[in-house]
Design a protein around this ligand. Structure first.
Ligand code: AMP
Ligand code: GLY
Length: 429
């Protein structure tokens, strides 16, 4: 099979790496890809992966490329092309594509849509209200004593969620989003949730419109600095599995969340084929869903795919074809840890073009894989080209061993002002 993968981050490098191991793959292209993706090759044929300079949002360009190369399956990494309707576009042209369609992408592109859906179908979530005017929104914050989370409805580059500890902060947050339009049209409506305390974990489930197959749990580290301090980022590191849910508790959570989710989708005429990634808070009164994403997490994908035993092409094809009920997901028992190495200054401004050394030495370590995110090839060197630069990922017999292996690999890699957390996985130890 000939595949096209869309995207350029660490998630997409992990997807490409896993897909190249498939017995079904003959050749793979990635748009636009990165320097690490360009170093992969199909295991079966030895054909190198080719990166093509087409942006993930250039839907007509991607369609023309897929038609020209007679791509058998396109795999979409990021949320933007999904929200723009790339799946619907490809399907109208008779092309096979993996990812959620535009209607299903609303679970991520509209927090108001998701909140109302969760309430309608009895999915456990925070007490919440949805508002299109500032006055009633502020009045609702007051009923929560100001301890709440104010969320812009639409996609806001992960910045549209403001956590407030008193009413003055909450009113300011509502004003910033709804009156000051800090996130533009994404803030025309807001969801306001009660502030939930607990341990936050990432859940993933692969869906085919009828069946949802749950993954093990993982945990991201969103803040820039050790001890969960500093600014929010796209994610500074992950590990899987987590010790916070037993297998029985995970199965129970899946029942509480995925069964009503799939039932609700059928009732609403939403054909959900792709990944469902709920953010979950494990509270004293049970798991509560904070939000839904409609794509693989980044860097959750890096730890999941290093543990996944199945052939990924077979899984994604079953997700598209509606045959997931015939497949069991199989996971390596080892733990996986991914440490993100970022550019100095991230998530604020950061320089690009810093030469990265030590990559080959890191990849030569056993059970270690360095996934590239913001990298580029320049003058024969691999250089930094984004905020999150690398996802240094290692397997170990347990979490402690995986963590030690990941950090041993990090120590071999150098670029000027590299920034990374030293406590990925520490909460579980
Ligand atoms: P979201 O994009 O909705 O997942 O929110 C981003 C982050 O804000 C989450 O990963 C949580 O850490 C935090 N958060 C969101 N909603 C809540 C809530 N109701 N209570 C506490 N923290 C929250
Ligand atoms: N791990 C955070 C995200 O993918 O949104």
């Amino acid at each position: 099979m000939k595949l096209l993968v869309i995207g350029s981050g660490g998630r997409e490098h992990a997807l490409v790496w896993k897909l190249t191991q498939s017995a079904h793959l003959t050749q793979l292209w990635c748009a636009p890809g990165n320097a690490g993706i360009a170093q992969e090759a199909a295991a079966k044929t030895g054909k190198p992966v080719e990166c093509v300079p087409i942006a993930a949002e250039d839907l007509p360009g991607l369609l023309a490329f897929a038609q020209d190369k007679k791509i058998d399956l396109t795999v979409v990494g990021p949320d933007n092309p999904l929200a723009l309707g790339i799946v619907d576009l490809f399907q109208r042209q008779g092309l096979k594509i993996w990812g959620v369609n535009q209607k299903a992408a609303q679970f991520e592109s509209s927090k108001v849509f998701s909140q109302k859906f969760m309430e309608k179908y009895g999915i456990p979530t925070a007490s919440a209200g949805t508002f299109s005017e500032a006055g009633p929104a502020k009045a609702f914050c007051a009923t929560l004593g100001g301890k709440c989370v104010v969320k812009a409805d639409g996609l806001a580059l992960g910045k549209g969620v403001l956590i407030c500890s008193n009413l003055a902060e909450a009113e300011k947050a509502v004003d910033e989003i709804m009156v000051g339009k800090a996130f533009g049209a994404a803030g025309a409506r807001v969801v306001i949730q009660e502030f939930l305390e607990g341990v936050e974990v990432s859940m993933h489930a692969l869906c085919d419109g009828r069946t949802a197959k749950i993954f093990p749990t993982s945990q991201d580290h969103k803040r820039a600095l050790d001890g969960d301090r500093g600014l929010n980022t796209g994610g500074m590191g992950t590990y899987s599995p987590t010790p916070f849910l037993t297998d029985a508790q995970l199965a129970d959570t899946a029942r509480q969340v995925l069964e009503p989710f799939m039932r609700g989708c059928v009732a609403e005429g939403i054909d959900y084929r792709g990944i469902l990634y709920p953010g979950v808070m494990l509270t004293q009164s049970g798991p509560k869903i904070l939000e839904f994403n409609a794509r693989f997490g980044d860097p959750e994908t890096q730890v999941y795919l290093t543990r996944l035993k199945n052939d990924l092409i077979e899984l994604l094809a079953a997700s598209v074809d509606g045959t997931l009920d015939k497949i069991e997901l199989e996971w390596r028992p080892e733990a996986s840890v991914c440490v993100v190495m970022a550019s100095g200054g991230y998530p604020g401004n950061y320089p690009k073009g810093k030469i990265i050394s030590g990559l080959d030495a890191a990849n030569a370590l056993s059970h270690t894989k360095v996934f590239h995110a913001g990298t580029a090839l320049k003058g024969g060197h691999i250089v930094t080209n984004g905020g999150r630069v690398l996802g240094v990922t290692a397997l170990g017999k347990d979490l402690r061993a995986a963590q030690a292996a990941a950090y041993a690999a990090v120590e071999t890699i150098h670029f000027e002002d590299a920034q990374f957390r030293r406590d990925i996985g520490a909460k579980a130890l």
